[in-house]
Design a protein. Structure first.
Length: 223
């Protein structure tokens, strides 16, 4: 019994020593705290603002006015030579062309392939009339006989009817179409301007014009 008592006492002492040693070895855990981050303003850029989708360069002109338009730069045909058959003036009894040619006898003019021809489509009728009984502008098909002789033919025929617009007869439209040409009908001033523009832009072989003087009067002629 004495031996057992001594054994129990030694185990209790040994446990007490271990417990004391454990307490000495235990240390509280500490969390290392980093010092708060500090920012310096040296060479610091301000936060960029929202990027604009548009160019924001200040205008060189006051009061936000747009720059003046340079019409010379807009003239893309400025350096293109004008055809000699372009119409410089539409007169009551004729025309004046860029080549210097003048028609003052009341005749019309046919402009095709870079050439100018005097044109009197009313002669086939024996009277100075260009309208049919329905009030439609109509001339005999043979008055455009020259267009049937050339090849390749122009893509477009511009007809100037004088100072007034009139409907073109279906028969005449059909004949022009049979020659493989498109037709544009205008009063003579606008027809001449359109011919000048297209002949300069596309060439005289691609556009033809048949023009009646602006002074034309039905039954009287151009005076």
């Amino acid at each position: 019994m004495a031996s057992s008592a001594r054994t129990c006492r030694s185990w209790k002492q040994f446990a007490s020593v271990l417990q004391l040693q454990g307490r000495r070895n235990q240390r509280p855990f500490s969390i290392a705290r980093k010092p708060p981050a500090t920012f310096t303003t040296t060479n610091r850029r301000p936060f960029p603002s929202a990027v604009s989708l548009f160019h924001t360069t200040a205008s060189r002109y006051s009061n936000d006015e747009p720059p003046p338009t340079d019409f010379e730069k807009l003239d893309v045909l400025g350096n293109t030579p004008v055809p000699s058959t372009s119409v410089d003036a539409c007169l009551s009894d004729g025309f004046q062309l860029n080549s210097g040619k003048k028609i003052f006898d009341g005749s019309g003019v046919l402009l095709v392939g870079g050439e100018a021809f005097s044109w009197r489509p009313w002669l086939s009728r024996g009277e100075k009339r260009l309208l049919n009984k329905k009030g439609q502008w109509e001339v005999p098909n043979d008055t455009f006989g020259l267009l049937g002789l050339i090849w390749p033919r122009p893509d477009l025929l511009i007809i100037g009817l004088g100072s007034e617009m009139r409907p073109i007869s279906p028969e005449l439209r059909k004949h022009i179409s049979s020659l493989g040409m498109r037709l544009e009908v205008l009063d003579t001033r606008n027809a001449a301007a359109q011919f000048n523009l297209l002949a300069t832009e596309r060439g005289v072989d691609d556009v033809a014009a048949a023009l009646i003087p602006i002074g034309w009067k039905e039954g009287v002629g151009a005076t």
